[in-house]
Design a protein around this ligand. Structure first.
Ligand code: NAI
Length: 284
């Protein structure tokens, strides 16, 4: 049986994952603002440190997997974009950096980060916001979304999920992660009926947008079913999965982006690879 950490363990999909893992006999350390083994506020550096250290103290130096489900949705508010960046981006990257050695200590540890299909279905997300987050400049990322006024939380939300998905894909293939035997992947849900979505649906203007959004198979997703995907992505069956973004969204991404991907790799990337590596060695 394995030892896992799940952030956002008190509600929605994180909670459903905890129930499934514990039901299968695994040990799970939950991290959340309340009702968790480690109570920590991931929107602050101190809270993130508490989460990193608190989990390491409970797992005896080894983690078989980590699920990063804590997240804030795009509800209105002037301070919301900053909180979204802190929790949805830094609350993933800093925690994973802190737990990396414990994950490397396990045999083929698996990490599942919650992205979102807002990454490919939200228009006009400024590249500067994504670059700002990836380069550690949150102020730049905040300036980039300010011009969107009351819509800035929705844009910041998509930016946070694009940045965290790109971070996973960049890091997944490196010596630090793939080379250390750790599989990093993203699960990108569509609209799933959890307290996060229920909160959005309670605001009439947001409800109108959500209900008119195209979902080819119709309706909302079920948190328990999404948790099944997470459990699968933590299992041996997923040992060849590395740096993937798995969309489970009823078809919305395919509806908007059917011809954008798969896309041939640009020649310059192949030339760069041939010059730099002369054969791929994941430990370099
Ligand atoms: P939820 O709101 O039911 O659960 C999120 C959990 O994160 C809560 O327990 C909350 O306390 C915790 N959290 C929030 N801020 C925190 C903080 N500062 N420190 C520690 N914990 C904090 O949400 P849900 O729907 O289960 O979402 C899980 C993940 O899936 C999130 O990352 C969300 O962005 C993502 N997602 C959700 C979708 C949906 O339709 N529900 C769609 C696409 C992505």
């Amino acid at each position: 049986m394995g030892v896992y950490v799940v952030t956002g363990s008190a509600s929605g999909m994180g909670r459903a994952v905890v129930e499934k893992l514990r039901g299968a006999g695994h040990t799970v350390v939950g991290v959340d603002l309340r009702d968790a083994e480690i109570v920590a506020d991931l929107s602050t550096p101190q809270g993130r440190r508490t989460a990193v250290d608190g989990v390491l103290a409970q797992v005896d130096g080894r983690l078989d997997g980590a699920v990063l489900a804590a997240g804030l949705g795009p509800t209105p508010g002037k301070e919301r974009p900053r909180l979204i960046y802190e929790v949805n981006f830094r609350g993933v990257v800093e925690l994973l950096d802190g737990w990396r050695a414990a994950l490397a200590d396990a045999n083929e540890a698996k990490v599942v980060v919650f992205g979102s299909n807002s990454t490919t279905t939200t228009p006009m997300v400024p590249a500067r916001a994504i670059r700002g987050l990836l380069s550690g400049d949150v102020e730049k990322a905040l300036r980039a979304v300010r011009i969107f006024g009351k819509n800035s939380p929705a844009i910041a939300y998509a930016a946070s999920k694009i940045a965290v998905s790109r971070w996973v894909r960049r890091e997944a293939v490196t010596a630090r992660w793939a080379g250390a035997g750790i599989r990093l992947n993203v699960l990108a849900p569509g609209a799933i009926l959890t307290p996060l979505l229920e909160k959005q649906l309670s605001t009439p203007s947001e409800a109108k947008l959500i209900n008119s959004f195209p979902v080819p198979i119709g309706g909302f997703g079920d948190p328990g079913r999404l948790a099944d995907w997470v459990v699968f992505m933590l299992s041996d069956a997923a040992s060849f999965l590395c740096g993937s973004v798995v969309f489970v969204d009823g078809g919305s991404d395919a509806y908007f982006r059917s011809d954008d991907w798969p896309k041939a790799v640009p020649l310059r990337r192949i030339v760069h690879y041939l010059k730099r590596f002369r054969g791929f060695d994941p430990t370099r």
